[in-house]
Ligand binder design. Sequence first.
Ligand code: PMP
Length: 416
Amino acid sequence: MLPEAISVLENSEPAIRHESLLADCAAGPVSTAVAEIFAAAARPGMISLAGGNPDLSFLPMPELGKSTDAIVANQGQQALQYGAGQGTEELRIQICELMALEGIIGASPGNVAVTIGSQSALDTVTKILCNPGDTILTDDATYMGALGTFAGYQADVQPVRTDDDGLIPEELQLRIVSLRNAGKHIKFLYIIPNFNNPSGITLAGNRRNRVVEICREANIFVVEDNPYGLLRFGGENLPALRACYPLDVIYLGSFSKIFAPGLRIGWALLPPHLVQKFLILGGSSTLCPPALSQMLVSAYLRDYDWQAHLSVAVGSYRQRRDAMLTALAACMPPGVTWTRPDGGFFIWLTLPPSIDTQALVHRAFDANVAFFHGAAFLPRAGRSNQLRLAFSAVPAGMIEVGIQRLSRVISAAVDT
Ligand code: PMP
């Protein structure tokens, strides 16, 4: 070893020595705000309105235990083995049947790739479409896990203005023109059309085809992320954006909210010409989706009245949403407004503009209530006077207490 190399090794801290070895996306400090909120949310006595966890109490656990036993006992050689990178044929056929409930009729199992949650589907889509610096369009507040993925590929994420009916088509059109004039290479619009995470807002029916048409004319893909679509408890069903546009929309689905996130099964429905690229490039990080999980999902869809279980869960989400809306109306000080979602897990609060909700996170911990501050969902770094509340995982009575605690924290901030 060269003498100067030895002295570098002896004289510096590993973290400093290794800084120059890190990729751009990992260099510098990383935000620990999200991990801190999840850690605090798990403290005894805390009412967590932070994490968007599904309520699994509606699942028939003893029966699922028996199904798991039977899969391992009877098909263990397959269930515990590597499997096809695209996923099992049985599950891909079932996924096509399930997507028909969202208005996607006649999808081919050959265009479906089963993935490790829809998170890994989004990762692969970004991998096959984006070079560093390429532009991704999003709603003005969007899923923080998607923002994390986009950051990993060093994409340039640009928000498009939304209102109570979701993304505004005219704004989308203007934004595409101005970004192109600025020399940006726009690859796709990432959109959660049903019960957006974090806002709970749904893209209105009369905007859906318009949004896809604008992207199609501009030669930009639409990536439709729809984990909450079947969790509707009010309003009318709206067809998926993918329904009429098999070549222009990449559709992402998940069993995490309608069955169980711990199984880590999601999927992508792709335009046919992207399937091989998706499988080859996605397979380089995951090899194949887990066989046992896929077989249990297939058994659940095949052997159980899963829609009945889901409707019990959706009934409970409706009750929790109502409890949260009632408590907000009773407790929040003037100047605070919120969304009224027809499904999904989240309500989005807007506080007076002078308040930075990140500054309230620790005060809320002290009051034993947790939420996510709005800045976590912003495509571009900044402060936010908004915050996300999840009603999915907390019984109605506790939601009321949680909102009372939160309203004291917010009232104190509004008064100062
Ligand atoms: N998209 C959205 C909008 C989500 O809210 C989530 C999970 N919270 C995901 C994707 C990831 O889901 P999965 O468990 O399928 O990876």
